[in-house]
Write a protein that binds this ligand. Structure first.
Ligand SMILES: O=C[C@H](O)[C@H](O)[C@H](O)COP(=O)(O)O
Length: 224
C-alpha cells in the first residue's frame, strides 16, 4: 500500500449507506473511488456525482450509481485530493485541471475530506504553481492583466502542443507564486478579475484532511 492508496482507502470509510457522495479527481482520488466501488459491489447503497469526465468514467467502471446536480440540493460528503495543504487546511488544487467542478462539489458538501500523501503537506502554499481557469475568449488580455498585477511567472498550460482545455471548455494558466502568505486575499483578488473563471485556492472549505504515509499509516486532521 502506498501513501495515496492509504489516504484514499481510509477516507472511503466515511461513506455510509444512503449518502450522496462527491468523487474527486486525480491519482489519490482514484484510490478512494476504487475502494468505494469495492464497497458498492459488496452492497453499499450510495449515489455519487463526479468532478471530472475521468472520474465519471471510473465511477461507471466500478458501477457506482451517478446523479447530476439537478437531482439533489446538497451532498453528504466529498472526497478529493490536493496538490498542497497548509497547516490551516487551505489548499492548492487543480493540478489535473478539475478545480472548477471540484470546488463546486466541495462547497456544496456537508463534509469535504481531503486526501493527501504526506509530501503534499506544506508550511505555506505556493511552491506548486497555482492553476487559474480562464475563459478562452480574449484570454490573452486576462493573462496580460495577471502579469501586470503580479510579479510572478505565468505559463499557459499545454497538452500535446495545444492549449490545455478543461472539461468545461476553458484554459488554465499556472502561476509560480512561490509563497502565498494570504491565500484568502489572493483568491478574492483573482476571483474578481474579469476573464478568470476560478482558481485553485480552496480556503476554509476542507473539514478533514487524511494524510497518507509510505508505510501505509494514515493521520486524520479535523478542522479546529
Ligand atoms: O485537478 C485536479 C485535482 O485538484 C487533484 O485532486 C489534485 O491535482 C491532486 O492530484 P493527485 O492526487 O493526482 O496528486
Amino acid at each position: 500500500m502506498n501513501a495515496k492508496q492509504a489516504a484514499g482507502y481510509r477516507a472511503a470509510e466515511w461513506v455510509k449507506d444512503g449518502m450522496i457522495v462527491g468523487l474527486g479527481t486525480g491519482s489519490t482520488a482514484f484510490y478512494a473511488i476504487e475502494k468505494i466501488g469495492e464497497r458498492v459491489s459488496q452492497g453499499l447503497k450510495i449515489k455519487a456525482i463526479a468532478t471530472s469526465n475521468a472520474s465519471e468514467e471510473l465511477a461507471v467502471k466500478y458501477n457506482i450509481p451517478l446523479i447530476t446536480a439537478g437531482d439533489v440540493n446538497r451532498l453528504d460528503l466529498a472526497i478529493d485530493g490536493a496538490d498542497e495543504v497548509d497547516p490551516g487546511m487551505a489548499l492548492i488544487k487543480g493540478g489535473g485541471g478539475a478545480l472548477l467542478r471540484e470546488k463546486l462539489v466541495a462547497i456544496n458538501s456537508d463534509r469535504f475530506i481531503v486526501i493527501a500523501d504526506s509530501g503534499k503537506m506544506v508550511s505555506h502554499l505556493g511552491k506548486f504553481k497555482l492553476p487559474i481557469e480562464l475563459v478562452p475568449y480574449c484570454y490573452e488580455w486576462t493573462l496580460g492583466q495577471l502579469k501586470n498585477r503580479y510579479d510572478v511567472a505565468f505559463e499557459m498550460r499545454m497538452r500535446d502542443g495545444e492549449l490545455y482545455v478543461t472539461d468545461n471548455g476553458n484554459y488554465i494558466v499556472d502561476g509560480a507564486f512561490g509563497q502565498i502568505l494570504s491565500p484568502g486575499q489572493l483568491g478574492d483578488e483573482l476571483k474578481a478579475m474579469t476573464g478568470v473563471v476560478e482558481h485553485g485556492l480552496f480556503v476554509d472549505i476542507a473539514h478533514t484532511v487524511v494524510v497518507g504515509y509510505e508505510d501505509g499509516r494514515t493521520e486524520v486532521i479535523e478542522k479546529k
